[in-house]
Ligand binder design. Structure first.
Ligand SMILES: NC(=O)c1ccc[n+]([C@@H]2O[C@H](COP(=O)([O-])OP(=O)(O)OC[C@H]3O[C@@H](n4cnc5c(N)ncnc54)[C@H](OP(=O)(O)O)[C@@H]3O)[C@@H](O)[C@H]2O)c1
Length: 260
């Protein structure tokens, strides 16, 4: 997809962080119509105020609830009849040693990051299929490519997003729907507020890389260090040594890392 002008965009979690910056980039590229779902009404209203010249359909709903997803899809269908770009961006994290993460947090991470994303795609797909030129964007994480300690449930959800993207891309081969997966690494957003991580990427940069990637028809936009990704894939036991060297740092930085 080279030109975003007048495309109709659905984005989950567009009210903050990376999602908000993706909205900003797309607005610059000529998108005027956004449908946004998130739980907090305040975040959604603030987004509308930030871009007064854009048209927003704001839906305060929870991706963990299938009724909300279906109602949102029905509202979008009634309003536009079609969708050009679906961006599955919303996500949550609850990190720490596996025994310290509550059962509820493990279930909620899976419901929001995986099941919500899959159901949103399923229910928006009929609308994407009506577009002459569409894109499906799924936000995974660098942790899907290199799973670090103390992120086991979260990394598992993001690896599921990777597999879902790959499968659906192949399934949709006969439709004009480009599928691109974004793999951010530590980025300066509300999600990272309690993480104690340094050297964060800016969400603006991540959003710009995504737009560039979509324009270049890339299937993966990866922010991770590619040498490490390759080492972890080709020689995981060798990468275990690097992970062991970072064990204490990760333990400390993930103790309070939770955005639920
Ligand atoms: N920041 C990083 O370091 C990083 C790294 C790798 C991957 N990622 C991924 O990037 C994506 C965006 O994250 P971010 O860093 O921008 O975090 P963020 O600022 O916390 O944004 C997450 C967004 O998702 C929405 N959301 C969360 N749970 C939801 C639910 N149940 N239903 C509907 N909306 C929900 C939130 O809105 P409400 O709270 O109002 O619902 C919020 O707008 C996520 O998928 C995340 O996993 C982030």
């Amino acid at each position: 997809m080279k030109n975003f002008e007048n495309k109709k965009v659905v984005i989950t979690g567009g009210g903050s962080g990376i999602g908000e910056k993706i909205v900003a980039e797309l607005y610059q590229e000529g998108v005027k119509d956004f449908a946004v779902i998130g739980r907090s009404k305040e975040k959604l209203e603030a987004l509308k105020k930030e871009f007064p010249k854009a048209e927003f359909e704001l839906y305060s709903g929870d991706l963990a609830k299938v009724e909300d997803i279906k109602e949102f899809a029905a509202i979008v269908e009634k309003k536009w009849g079609t969708v050009d770009i679906l961006i599955n961006n919303a996500g949550v994290v609850s990190a720490g040693s596996i025994s310290s993460i509550s059962d509820d947090d493990i279930i909620a991470q899976t419901n929001i990051n995986v099941i919500g994303l899959i159901l949103m795609t399923k229910h928006m797909l009929p609308l994407l299929k009506k577009s002459k030129e569409a894109a499906l964007i799924n936000v995974s994480s660098g942790l899907a490519l290199i799973s670090m300690p103390f992120y086991a449930p979260y990394a598992a959800t993001k690896a599921a997003v990777k597999a879902f993207s790959e499968s659906i891309r192949r399934e949709l081969k006969d439709f004009p729907i480009q599928v691109t997966t974004l793999y951010p690494t530590a980025t300066d957003t509300p999600m990272m507020k309690n993480s104690n991580s340094g050297g964060l990427h800016s969400p603006e940069m991540v959003a710009k890389k995504l737009i560039e990637g979509i324009k270049n028809n890339e299937i993966d936009v990866i922010l991770s260090d590619l040498d490490n990704v390759k080492l972890n894939r080709d020689n995981p036991l060798e990468f275990d040594k690097k992970a062991a060297a970072m064990f204490d740092a990760f333990k400390k930085r993930t103790e309070k890392h939770r955005s639920m």
